[in-house]
Design a protein around this ligand. Structure first.
Ligand code: 13P
Length: 255
């Protein structure tokens, strides 16, 4: 089954609207035509409108938010709704990132509501899952990933899975410079696909794109993307430089 790679920058709480202009001037000039990789820029809420304006006419690049409220509207101070993101032109929403889970207390039940709300608004979730080092070393890798998938995807139909991307991000590899080896990432992502197969069947499992995230950089992108169950990346630190992110996308195009 051939799956189109999807490579996304997660800028996290970096890149102001003004900085996005400089970044995207460089980056978008490299990717002005459609390529065989879906390219996504994940910007902060305040940077999204400026990024949308710059990306708008570009046929190769889509825009992602990094979080979203599951509530439609109302008295939820500080929150941002699906309608607001839609209005700005957001295509994807990164949900359940480990920083949201560990620093802001998001659990699978709330992430599941966000997945449903994102799809209902016509946008595509990038659903993040991943284990801590303690969990991996304690033999809980498979049970943690299984319960994250079952919980976050509760009530999702096989048809809806066509619009969902999974990002496997081992917590111990995020921002640490320690990348999962290509064997570790492949083995774990094959396991993630087997869980999807149990829930949704083999057609859906075979068609779902599973990204790897955690200290991806130009130097390791190629060996990772060449693994059969790695269908792209979610990139933090190395995506803060447009040339470095372009090199990682280039590995996907070549791979
Ligand atoms: P780093 O690429 O900085 O390790 O971050 C990965 C990540 O969390 C992307 O969402």
């Amino acid at each position: 089954m051939s799956r189109k790679p999807i490579i996304a920058a997660n800028w996290k709480m970096n890149v102001t609207p003004s900085e996005a202009v400089t970044y995207l001037d460089t980056f978008l000039s490299t990717f002005s035509q459609p390529v065989n990789v879906d390219i996504v820029i994940g910007a902060s809420f305040v940077t999204l409108p400026k990024a949308a304006e710059l990306i708008g006419p570009n046929p190769a690049v889509d825009l992602a938010a990094q979080n979203m409220s599951h509530e439609a509207n109302g008295a939820f101070t500080g929150e941002t709704s699906a309608a607001m993101l839609n209005d700005v032109g957001v295509d994807y929403v990164i949900l359940g990132h480990s920083e949201r889970r560990s620093l802001y207390g998001e659990d699978d039940a709330v992430i599941n509501k966000k997945v449903h709300a994102t799809l209902a608004a016509g946008m595509k979730p990038i659903l993040c899952i991943g284990e801590s080092l303690e969990e991996r070393e304690g033999g809980q890798l498979e049970s943690v990933l299984t319960s994250q998938l079952e919980g976050s995807l509760a009530g999702i139909s096989a048809d809806q899975m066509a619009d969902i991307v999974i990002a496997y991000e081992p917590v111990w590899a995020i921002g640490t410079g320690v990348t999962a080896s290509k064997e570790q990432a492949q083995e774990t992502q094959a396991f993630v696909r087997s869980v999807l197969e149990k829930i949704f069947g083999s057609d859906v499992a075979g068609a779902t794109r599973i990204q790897y995230g955690g200290s991806v950089k130009p130097g390791n992108a190629e060996e990772l993307i060449n693994q059969p169950d790695i269908d792209g990346f979610l990139v933090g630190g190395a995506a803060l430089d447009p040339n470095s992110f372009a090199e990682i996308v280039g590995a996907g195009i070549g791979g």
